[in-house]
Design a protein around this ligand. Structure first.
Ligand code: NAG
Ligand code: NAG
Ligand code: NAG
Ligand code: NAG
Ligand code: NAG
Ligand code: NAG
Length: 370
């Protein structure tokens, strides 16, 4: 549903504000009517266009309530869709890093995160690869002169804040275009680290900060990093290997990205309002319903992968939680699973509020047409 009104017109530029409804219950389709199959990646704005990069999960069926190590693991590629209004999505490619097809029949690929380096004038992607994840402290890196790709692999990053990177990696680009990689470690204590890259983003500076560490299960995955009014936030979530119940969102803040981080609260409670326990016995356990994988889910029944920070108009920046609702598609096809997009809301004192699941929500978005 779209309502338009023109804000101003100059001889070159038309800036129009329109109201759009983003749905979490209707399948997200492209302009061709096909499902948007781009998961666990990122949603970023370059110039006036929104770019959705994600993993193609394809047509397989996940057989169990958690990951089965086949569906969503093998034959993954990275897709790109674009939009000017966050609802009308154009399919660009289902293979923006063509090199992954050389070995994706046995190497797992997830979490494409893209940023634009203004100094080097190139688009940079980091992604998780089982060539490195669970093996060593390396993070895959690929570059392109345009946001449309193809992205070509370059010498990967070697992180300094851990010996073995675990299950998640993400990219955060600060206002001054400095980039940081957030990752969890497999070597103990199990840490969440944020580490600063060199000005060209091609190496690590070796400067890092530990956001949080924890030894027992569930250790943490996640999560989005964002900055609002000079404060940095990181949202971490309980381990969820394609689990259908979702994961929480423990939120930490700092005024210095490389400084000390403070826990401020839970933003994703169980759907019955309870907090998940600090310890559960394993990955097959639903923290919101210990004895029943089919019982109560999290409020947002999704595993978090990111927070999209989107300047949707000259007045408004949208901070949007971005997670995967595994085993949520009506037809059981993994590539058709819903992605939860939830606006993060703040109190008058700038404290993020626990999230609510919105079946749909309305935003006012500005589009610029030359
Ligand atoms: C669009 O849909 C048509 C008909 O289903 C199909 O032949 C075509 O390949 C699709 N194009 C893209 C870019 O997905
Ligand atoms: C991956 O691709 C290979 C080759 O096309 C195929 O044999 C295999 O079944 C695929 N596996 C999955 C999980 O899609
Ligand atoms: C959707 O986007 C395409 C490509 O930019 C455009 O041609 C089409 O008019 C748009 N449709 C709507 C309903 O905005
Ligand atoms: C961070 O915390 C440590 C230990 O509590 C303290 O020694 C240090 O001064 C703190 N650093 C900053 C920048 O606040
Ligand atoms: C939890 O989410 C799964 C996957 O979408 C769904 O099958 C199940 O019905 C949900 N459980 C409840 C109690 O809502
Ligand atoms: C949005 O959700 C509300 C409440 O579920 C529903 O009444 C309304 O029809 C939905 N609107 C759209 C455009 O999906």
């Amino acid at each position: 549903m779209v309502f338009f009104h023109v804000l101003f017109v100059s001889n070159l530029l038309v800036v129009a504000s329109k109201q759009v409804v983003i749905s979490n219950v209707l399948p997200r389709l492209d302009t061709n009517g096909s499902y948007v199959d781009a998961h666990d990646g990122c949603l970023v704005k370059f110039d006036n266009t929104y770019f959705l990069y994600g993993t193609v999960y394809g047509k397989c069926h996940q057989s169990t309530t958690i990951c089965d190590a086949v569906c969503g693991y093998l034959n993954n590629t990275f897709a790109l869709y674009t939009s000017t209004d966050l609802v009308n999505w154009t399919f660009i490619s289902n293979n923006v890093v063509p090199e992954v097809t050389k070995d994706n029949n046995h190497i797992n690929y997830w979490m494409p995160n893209v940023g634009y380096n203004t100094r080097a004038k190139q688009y940079v992607m980091i992604y998780w690869s089982s060539r490195y994840g669970f093996q060593n402290s390396i993070v895959a890196l690929a570059v392109s002169s345009t946001p449309f790709g193809p992205f070509v692999n370059v010498a990967p990053l070697e992180m300094q804040g851990g010996k073995v990177i675990s299950s998640t990696t993400g990219l955060f680009v600060d206002d001054d275009n400095t980039a940081y990689v957030r990752y969890n470690t497999r070597d103990s204590p199990l840490r969440h680290v944020i580490e600063k890259l060199s000005p060209d983003w091609m190496t690590s500076t070796g400067q890092f900060s530990i956001i949080f560490q924890k030894q027992d299960y569930p250790w943490f995955e996640g999560g989005g990093v964002f900055k609002r009014k000079g404060v940095y936030y990181t949202m971490l979530s309980t381990d969820c290997c394609f689990c259908q119940w979702g994961a929480d969102a423990r939120t930490f803040t700092s005024t210095d990205v490389l400084g000390n981080w403070t826990y401020i609260g839970q933003l994703n409670y169980c759907a019955d309002g309870k907090a998940p326990p600090d310890h559960v016995d394993g990955m097959t356990v639903n923290p919101c319903s210990i004895s029943d994988p089919y019982g109560t889910n999290f409020t947002i029944p999704a595993q978090q992968f990111n927070v999209a920070t989107l300047s949707i108009s000259s007045q408004e920046t949208l901070y949007m939680y971005y997670g995967e609702r595994f085993r949520s598609s009506a037809d059981g096809i993994k590539g058709h699973d819903f992605q939860a997009w939830i606006p993060i809301e703040f109190t008058d004192n700038d404290i993020p509020k626990p999230m609510k699941f919105y079946a749909n929500f309305t935003i006012n978005i500005q589009e610029e047409h030359m």
